[in-house]
Design a protein around this ligand. Structure first.
Ligand code: AMP
Ligand code: GLY
Length: 422
């Protein structure tokens, strides 16, 4: 099979590493890719925002299958353009990607299909939104409706905080994404991420993970794209997984199909496990970054036929096998992230990969042939172990061998699970 992978982050390096191991792979291209992905695939110099150019490349190289990593091209309709050209693609249509692209759209599906989630209302002006917050009281959650790179959510512990967040949204802090605001009840519990493949008619549960969104140790400081993750998430017991499938994932799949936009790709459900059970915080329509990295470390099955089954509607004919051993990843980021940071700082040395040890590249590049950090989140130092504690020790030992003066990482990734183990 000739495959094109779209994306350039740590998630895509993990997908590339795993896809490249498939005996079905005959030719592997990636766009735009990064130096880690380049170890597995030929990088294609195409502009992924230009869907005509992507289709032309696929026709030119006789690409059989395109795997889309990030959400932005999906929301922009890259899967529609490829399907219109008869090219198989892993990832939802733009209409189905609204599950991630619009929080209001997802909330309406939840309401229609009785999917457990925080009570909510949608607003298109500040005075009504503020009146609702005053009536509901705090804590309460204010969300910009559209894609805001993970920054559009305020968990307000006071009414004043919520009112300020409403002003931010309507005054344009998140651009178009904030033109509509969703106000939602605060959910109390432990968060977990659940991943599940869907081909429009069938679902296949994959695995669970937990990430660390805050930049600082002890889950403090501003939110980021994710500073580390581990899989599985102990809070997702067999019972919670079964309930999530039955109460959340299956009705969503039915709802999407009935709305005329059947979903194919990966459901990434952000869950809060409350006293009542699993409740949906949000959907993403792609693998998590860095959750994907730990999932790929644990996946024993060939990834390529699993993803391809989503594209051709045969997900009921495949299964996924997982290692029991937990995996944990530590994100190394540029000093200053998630605020401003220096670019093109040199990465002098990376440790060699060992058994169950892998350094995935995220925001890296080559400058005059030398490896440099080009982004906020730069490296994902990943290891497996018999316990989360052991995976953590191995990942941090590996991180200690990276020579990059401008890098930093959290020191406590996995703390909840490690505490449970003790
Ligand atoms: P989201 O972008 O919707 O995932 O929200 C970002 C983060 O805000 C989540 O990971 C949660 O930690 C928090 N959050 C979102 N919605 C709620 C809610 N209803 N109750 C409590 N925390 C929430
Ligand atoms: N790590 C969170 C995300 O990928 O959305």
């Amino acid at each position: 099979m000739r495959v094109l992978l779209i994306g350039s982050g740590g998630r895509e390096h993990a997908l590339a590493w795993k896809l490249a191991q498939s005996p079905l792979m005959t030719e592997f291209h990636a766009a735009p890719g990064n130096p880690g992905i380049a170890e597995h695939a030929t990088l294609a110099p195409i502009d992924i925002d230009n869907h005509d150019a992507v289709v032309a490349f696929c026709n030119d190289k006789a690409i059989d299958f395109v795997v889309v990593g990030p959400e932005a091209p999906l929301v922009a309709g890259i899967a529609d353009a490829l399907r219109a050209a008869d090219i198989a693609v892993f990832g939802p249509s733009a209409a189905a990607a609204q599950l991630e692209g619009s929080k209001g759209f997802t909330k309406d599906i939840c309401a229609r299909y009785n999917i457990p989630t925080g009570a909510y209302q949608r607003f298109n002006n500040a005075p009504k939104a503020k009146a609702y917050v005053r009536a509901q009281g705090a804590p309460i959650v204010v969300k910009a409706d559209g894609l805001a790179a993970g920054k559009g959510v305020t968990v307000a512990m006071t009414i004043d905080e919520a009112l300020a967040a409403i002003d931010d949204c309507f005054e344009g802090a998140f651009g178009e994404a904030g033109a509509e605001v969703v106000i939602e009840a605060y959910l109390d519990g432990e968060e977990a991420s659940f991943f599940c493949l869907c081909d429009g008619k069938h679902v296949l549960a994959l695995a669970t993970a937990q990430d660390h969104k805050r930049v600082g140790d002890g889950d403090t400081g501003p939110n980021t794209g994710g500073m580390g993750a581990y899989s599985p998430a102990p809070v997702m017991t067999t019972e919670m997984v079964e309930r999530t499938m039955k109460e959340i994932i299956e009705p969503t799949m039915r709802g999407m199909a009935e709305s005329g936009h059947p979903f194919s790709g990966v459901f990434f459900a952000g869950l809060m496990i409350t006293a009542k059970g699993p409740e949906l915080i949000e959907y993403n329509v792609r693998f998590g970054d860095p959750e994907c990295q730990v999932l790929m470390m644990r996946l024993k099955s060939d990834l390529l036929p699993l993803l391809y089954a989503c594209a051709n509607g045969t997900l009921d004919q495949v299964t996924a096998e997982w290692s029991e051993d937990p995996a944990l990843t530590v994100v190394m980021a540029s000093k200053g992230y998630p605020g401003s940071y220096a670019k093109n700082t040199p990465i002098a040395a990376l440790p060699a990969d060992g058994e169950g040890e892998k350094v995935f590249h995220a925001g890296t590049g080559l400058k005059d042939g030398a490896l440099v950090a080009t982004g906020g989140r730069v490296l994902n130092i990943t290891a497996t172990g018999k316990t989360v504690g052991e995976a953590k020790e191995r990942a941090y030992a590996l991180a200690g061998k990276v020579k990059w003066d401008n890098g930093f990482y959290r020191n406590d990734i996995g703390w909840r699970a490690v505490e449970r183990e003790m």
